[in-house]
Design a protein around this ligand. Structure first.
Ligand code: URA
Length: 265
């Protein structure tokens, strides 16, 4: 009877949220609504979980087991299809629970150029494909501006699942998903990687410097199987949608990419 009452109350509570206009959950850890909701430089909300010490220890143990599992599973994959199967079965990252789709990369499997963004947005989550919403349209135009077709590239994200409400991913979420991205790089073996935004740069290069400092500079990424890849970072298209006065800088970065490609041909 107690359980019945509890279920009824939860349903009533959910109905009430829906009536009040709540359209999505934004995390699976309790937060104090009175806590400051800090925002990062891209304008996204930072998660501020209010968890106890025993919960934190349990969570850390869960994350290290999940990370070990992700690395071991990814090692087994030799093709993108195998990797996708492994990713679909992987339950170590709680972002999967709130996302509608698992969005793996797409595009040319022999691509010279790989583009890496942050995470699927609402449109990508709905359609199960990377960069298909407003940011994707802008990205297509950015590529067209240097005569590169989207189909010639391989396009992916650091995270295959949309963080609820597009919040900034946590470091745990980023590190849990990194083995899947590293494996994509190893399989595609691109000559060039274009990193879109701070989160992509931070995760791939393991470097926390601000995107304004590192954009337009060349870096090198070495895969496990010995391939050296030229890496360039630039602003994320979602930032350009909000700050169109930064487009000129991205244009310069794209020209830099184009001339490096020509140099290596
Ligand atoms: N922003 C990203 O970083 N990736 C997408 O796929 C869409 C928007």
């Amino acid at each position: 009877m107690m359980i019945m009452n509890k279920q009824i109350n939860i349903k009533e509570l959910l109905d009430w949220y829906i009536m009040a206009g709540v359209s999505e959950t934004c995390g699976d850890l309790p937060c104090l609504s009175t806590e400051n909701n800090t925002k990062n430089e891209s304008g996204n909300k930072e998660p501020s979980p209010n968890i106890t010490e025993p919960q934190r220890i349990k969570n850390n143990n869960f994350v290290s087991i999940a990370l070990k599992n992700a690395k071991e599973e990814c090692e087994k994959a030799t093709t993108l299809d195998e990797l996708k199967e492994i990713l679909i079965k992987f339950d170590g990252c709680t972002l999967k629970n709130t996302a509608a789709s698992t969005v793996l990369g797409e595009g040319c499997e022999n691509a010279k150029i790989m583009l890496i963004g942050e995470a699927p947005g609402a449109d990508e989550d709905k359609l199960g494909r990377p960069f298909v919403g407003r940011c994707g349209k802008l990205l297509d135009k950015m590529l067209e501006s240097i005569n590169i077709k989207r189909e010639e590239c391989y396009i992916t994200n650091i995270l295959p699942w949309r963080p609820p409400g597009n919040r900034t991913p946590t470091d745990e979420e980023l590190s849990l998903c990194l083995p899947f991205l590293e494996k994509q790089i190893e399989i595609i073996k691109p000559d060039f990687i274009l990193l879109l935004g701070k989160i992509a740069f931070k995760s791939v290069m393991d470097n926390p410097e601000s995107i304004s400092r590192v954009r337009g500079k060349w870096f090198e990424y070495n895969t496990e199987n010995g391939k050296n890849i030229h890496v360039l970072a630039t602003f994320h298209p979602s930032y350009l949608l909000r700050s169109s006065n930064q487009k000129a800088k991205v244009w310069i970065d794209l020209l830099r990419l184009k001339s490096k490609i020509a140099e290596k041909e």
